[in-house]
Design a protein around this ligand. Structure first.
Ligand SMILES: [Zn+2]
Length: 295
């Protein structure tokens, strides 16, 4: 750790994967710690396990933010919410969970308690009734959360062909900032909102060789996601102290090792391909380390 807690500004990639049910890359989810507050952005498959690996009980999470409603970004939500309510070291939540997200968030947070009504009815006898409550807030572009020196803003991104609202987030704390792209194709609005960011965590897609998907499918993916060549232009124009890839969508024979060389066509700055539980401290310097690595 090594930092006073007021000064702490840390981003941990809980999951760097996508829909494929891999064991090494869980679904997209990112933990942001700033001062004494902790936020989760997206709740992909396995977010609860990764949080538990960090030794952080769900009770400690201040709020949760969704970038969009594709299932790979939300299927881990019921696990965080309900397992995180159980009164064991990984859970113990006894305050309502505030959830920010695009249109559809209120509907989901109203219906999930109905879907799990039997479990909630039974467990309420043993656990805090407040700890299972969900409070939904639907977002537009602009500041969405401000508390104790932390400002979280949403900006629209282009998850294009899918016709669903999608946002990225910018977190500002003590003059430092992190930007999370959410799911997007190359997007000028993201470049605008990411200016001056210390850390830029960006999604990426690559397809090479005889991709298993049809050409139409690949075209659709291209309208919704960012290639490393395009991301290179984004990074070159934002100039973050560190750029990190997450949400790796690899098709055909595309490999994670090929992402950096493809990005180098346009961007020569600091760049890491994210792994689950990669931790990035944003201080004077922006420093990343694998989980378990000593500083
Ligand atoms: Zn998506």
């Amino acid at each position: 750790m090594g930092q006073a807690s007021d000064d702490l500004f840390r981003v941990t990639l809980l999951g760097t994967g996508a829909p494929p049910p891999r064991l090494d890359r869980f679904g997209p989810s990112t933990l942001v710690e700033a001062g004494g507050q902790k936020f989760i952005f997206d709740a992909g498959r396995g977010a609860m396990q990764r949080l538990h690996q960090l030794g952080i009980p769900f009770a400690d999470i201040t709020a949760l933010f969704l970038t969009h409603h594709h299932s790979d970004h939300v299927v881990g939500f019921p696990d965080l919410w309900l397992t995180g309510w159980i009164g064991r070291p990984w859970g113990k939540r006894n305050t309502p969970l505030q959830v920010w997200g695009p249109e559809g968030t209120k509907q989901m947070m109203e219906h999930l308690p109905q879907a799990f009504a039997v479990d909630i009815r039974v467990r309420r006898r043993n656990y805090s009734p407040e700890g299972v409550q969900l409070v939904a807030h639907e977002i537009g572009e602009g500041p969405v959360f401000e508390n104790d020196g932390i400002k979280i803003s949403a900006f629209e991104v282009d998850h294009g062909g899918e016709e669903l609202p999608a946002f990225g987030y910018r977190i500002d704390y003590q003059g430092r900032s992190a930007v999370l792209s959410g799911d997007t194709t190359f997007n000028e609005n993201l470049i605008r909102h990411a200016q001056g960011a210390d850390l830029l965590v960006h999604e990426v897609t690559a397809a090479t060789g005889s991709a298993a998907e049809s050409p139409e499918q690949l075209k659709r993916i291209g309208r919704n996601h960012t290639t490393p060549e395009q991301a290179g232009e984004v990074f070159a124009r934002v100039k973050p102290k560190l750029a990190v890839y997450n949400h790796l969508l690899l098709f055909g024979s595309a490999r994670a090792e090929d992402l950096i060389p493809a990005t180098r066509v346009k961007y020569a700055g600091p760049l890491i391909v994210g792994e689950d539980l990669l931790q990035i401290d944003i201080g004077e310097k922006v420093e990343a380390r694998a989980f378990g690595a000593t500083v």
